[in-house]
Design a protein around this ligand. Structure first.
Ligand code: UFG
Length: 328
């Protein structure tokens, strides 16, 4: 019998790629999403149940209607800067609502959870690249919310035998290679889609937040990891849990960093368009450099990212920008 997987937030950017990947791999999928940031038409497989994690009754009936073998949790508020302005809202959604999900899982005897964590749990790096033993010292409510959930999961494993894998994404980017899915945040705040919108003429320029960082060209350096490679890591993490291996956490990135100016250069190369740049002051909560050491994920999960080339990541995102221009 096919395993049945619940994808919370499966109508969103990374979640929707996951749904398609799981269906392609032969899993049965149920999506639970409140459509606050997700899109109904991004759910290309499985059943969509519209509901909110704040609604415990809706969660209880979801778990009564289905017998899930595992849960993947992608639904959270994701804007690092906004979390500085609205911390309570971030804790309520990212921590409070996740507790509802965890409690419901425990009540219904569902023991496997894959949780979308973030490089933001590490705060300002004390060494680069960042491996799993790097100190966890978040500098934003967003980062704290992810780290708090990891702590809660550790305790729930001890108390209830809930087995989890926390996947700490660095900068998710790109789009489904055939152009079926892509990034559609409203408003968009992520670097690559914003630069592409400037390249396609839908924006006048790209604003660069900070040109005085201690990096070779003064702009922030990030580790961009293809959304499809993230989905593959989840499949491997699912196998890990299904094989009865213990709870664990993995850092997911390509291991190479690109500055904002380099990303702009890559977009110009892919699109053949010049992108106008407006230099602005730093955005609060941004570390200068975030680059992953994913040795553990490669060794333990057998994860092998396919799209290690920034050009290809940008190319897939550009295909999506042209195919399905998301609203500005
Ligand atoms: N940036 C700009 N101009 C923009 C948008 C972004 O200069 O218009 C800069 C940011 O300041 C940052 C870099 O581009 O230096 C990347 O910014 P993103 O907003 O694309 O991504 P973040 O690094 O802020 O955050 C992303 C995810 C988080 C996750 C983090 C981990 O959104 O959930 O990666 O690295 F925690």
């Amino acid at each position: 019998m096919k395993s049945k997987i619940l994808i919370v937030g499966g109508a969103g950017y990374i979640g929707s790629h996951m749904v398609l990947r799981l269906a392609q791999a032969g899993y049965e999928v149920v999506v639970f999403d409140n459509l606050s940031n997700g899109h109904r038409d991004a759910v290309l497989a499985g059943d969509l149940v519209i509901g909110d994690l704040a609604d415990r009754a809706a969660l209880a009936s979801l778990f009564t209607d289905h017998r899930f073998d595992a849960v993947m949790h992608f639904a959270s508020s994701i804007q690092v800067g906004e979390s500085m302005q609205l911390p309570a809202r971030y804790y309520a959604n990212n921590v409070g609502n996740t507790i509802h999900l965890i409690e419901t899982m425990i009540e219904h005897g569902v023991q496997h959870l894959i949780f979308s964590s973030s490089a933001a749990i590490f705060g300002d790096p004390v060494h680069i690249p960042i491996n799993e033993s790097h100190p966890r010292q978040p500098i934003t409510p967003y980062g704290w919310s992810k780290w708090m959930v990891e702590q809660i999961l550790t305790d729930c494993d001890r108390a209830h035998g809930l087995r989890y894998v926390a996947l700490r994404y660095f900068n998710a980017a790109g789009a489904q290679p055939e152009g079926l899915l892509g990034e559609r945040h409203e408003p968009e705040t992520h670097l690559i889609p914003l630069i592409l919108q400037a390249a396609s003429g839908r924006r006048a320029h790209i604003s660069v937040f900070g040109t005085d960082y201690n990096t070779p060209d003064g702009t922030c350096i990030r580790d961009y990891i293809h959304v499809q490679d993230l989905a593959d890591a989840h499949l491997l993490a699912l196998d890990w849990l299904m094989q009865g291996k213990g709870s664990s956490a993995f850092n997911l990135g390509n291991g190479s960093g690109f500055s904002i100016r380099e990303v702009i250069g890559s977009v110009e190369e892919v699109t053949g368009q010049r992108v106008a740049v407006q230099a602005l002051p730093r955005r609060s909560g941004d570390p200068a450099v975030l680059v992953a050491d994913s040795t553990y994920a490669r060794a333990a999960l057998g994860w092998q990212p396919q799209y290690t080339n920034l050009y290809e990541i940008v190319q897939h995102a550009w295909r999506w920008e042209n195919k399905c221009p998301p609203p500005l």
